[in-house]
Design a protein around this ligand. Structure first.
Ligand code: FAD
Length: 377
């Protein structure tokens, strides 16, 4: 079937699913090349950031180094800076959503909000995107629906009895004098720091030893910002390293937590599950092939299973290089843009120009050999 055959369907060269940091970042690239695109967003611009707990702030610092060739680490385009826009180094989720709103307005991005993508079908030469507002069609599809709104309830038996980190509106509003936190990585310690500050006695069960682990890659170890915060409260946290939770049970109004090495813990309030997120990719899993939880992608972040289906954002992984921070995955927006531009027949000189432009600001990372290096000191 030809892409334009049914005129009542909305058709675009590219549809992007999700108006978060990654969907909007890649949209800016397409916009600059002059490609016809539309973002479909089920809620509002920056919806995941708006749902962060009130106290949570960015761990990666914002600083306006843009005009000396080092764009703000949390910027999604080389010419913008959350630090400049929000006047803060570690924005809250609500503040970062304001930055994204500003971006949508500044670049006049084409976004339809309150459209939830439910299913995607690949037909011969196009994608049929099934939403709660009818069908859309596009030649290329960019998946940017993130992770935050897809919490993991599969880490251990009884995880659904817990409060997931993503369900917390504010740590200070949580009931009870004591709280059990399952997970000792960024979200686990974020929760713990805020709970201690709101006067609660906190026990942390860490399946690994994140306090002891040091790595030069910020995707695998606690950030300096979090370590600084922990220093002030660690003597008020009952921390158990290498304690992997196997089961949570509810009996006689108490929550009983058992670890794989047989330790038991009891809490009157639901434990807080900080073991991570699933992925929105569950909605389109038939269109990707996976190795573990990560999809297999070409050098252009295209699904190896489905031509013209791209992934942007924190689920992008190539070998050991995990692109789970904005400063990492923003360097792949122009690579996806480059491939789509070639597919749609954009003249090579235009492609070359925007690639060079993005390289200049370290917004284009193709050679991943550098990503495995460790720091010398
Ligand atoms: C506590 C915490 C702290 C963090 N701190 C940092 C940090 O300091 N620095 C950093 O770089 N990163 C940080 N991150 C990671 C960062 O938040 C993510 O990288 C970022 O949210 C990913 O952006 P995204 O656009 O891919 O996904 P999201 O921000 O989740 O956006 C996805 C969008 O898609 C929409 N959507 C979802 N499903 C559908 C659907 N079916 N149909 C239509 N729309 C849909 C959602 O409503 C949402 O707006 C942190 C994350 C957490 C949880």
């Amino acid at each position: 079937m030809d892409i334009n055959q049914q005129s009542n369907e909305k058709t675009f060269d590219v549809i992007i699913v999700g108006a978060g940091a990654s969907g909007m970042g890649v949209a800016i690239v397409l916009d600059k090349i002059g490609i016809d695109y539309l973002i479909l967003e089920r809620d509002a611009v920056g919806a995941s950031f708006r749902k962060w707990p009130k106290e949570t702030r960015f761990i990666s610092p914002s600083f306006t180094g843009n005009f000396f060739g080092m764009p703000d680490l949390n910027a999604i385009s080389p010419e913008t800076s959350p630090a400049y826009n929000l006047l803060t180094e570690h924005p809250s989720g609500k503040e970062y959503a304001e930055y994204l709103e500003g971006i949508a307005e500044f670049y006049q991005l084409k976004i339809e909000t309150k459209v939830a993508v439910q299913r995607v079908q690949k037909e011969t030469s196009f994608f049929r995107i099934k939403t709660d507002k009818g069908d859309y069609k596009s030649r290329c599809l960019i998946w940017a629906a993130g992770e935050f709104q897809y919490p993991s309830h599969n880490g251990f038996t009884g995880a659904d009895l817990c409060t997931h980190y993503s369900q917390v509106t504010s740590f200070s509003d949580l009931q009870g004098a004591e709280r059990l936190v399952i997970g000792g990585y960024e979200s686990g310690f974020d929760a713990s720091v805020h709970l201690v500050k709101s006067g609660k006695k906190v026990t942390v069960l860490d399946s690994s030893d994140y306090l002891g682990l040091v790595s030069s890659d910020s995707s695998y170890a606690l950030s300096p910002y979090t370590r600084d915060r922990i220093k002030g409260v660690i003597d008020q946290i009952d921390y158990h390293k290498e304690t992997r939770v196997e089961e949570v049970r509810r009996e006689n109004g108490h929550y009983h937590v058992t670890s794989t090495d047989g330790k038991t813990f009891t809490s009157v309030t639901p434990p807080i599950n900080c073991t991570g997120f699933d992925s929105s990719l569950s909605l389109v899993k038939d269109l990707f092939e996976f190795e573990g939880q990560y999809p297999l992608l070409t050098d252009f972040d295209e699904s190896i299973k489905t031509e013209n289906l791209f992934l942007v954002g924190p689920q992008v992984k190539h070998g050991g290089a995990l692109f789970c921070f904005i400063y990492k995955y923003r360097q792949r927006f122009a690579i996806v843009g480059e491939k789509i531009a070639m597919e749609l027949g954009v003249p090579p000189e235009i492609i070359e120009e925007f690639v060079e432009d993005h390289k200049q600001y370290n917004f284009y990372l193709k050679d991943l050999s550098c990503c495995g290096d460790s720091c010398d000191c």
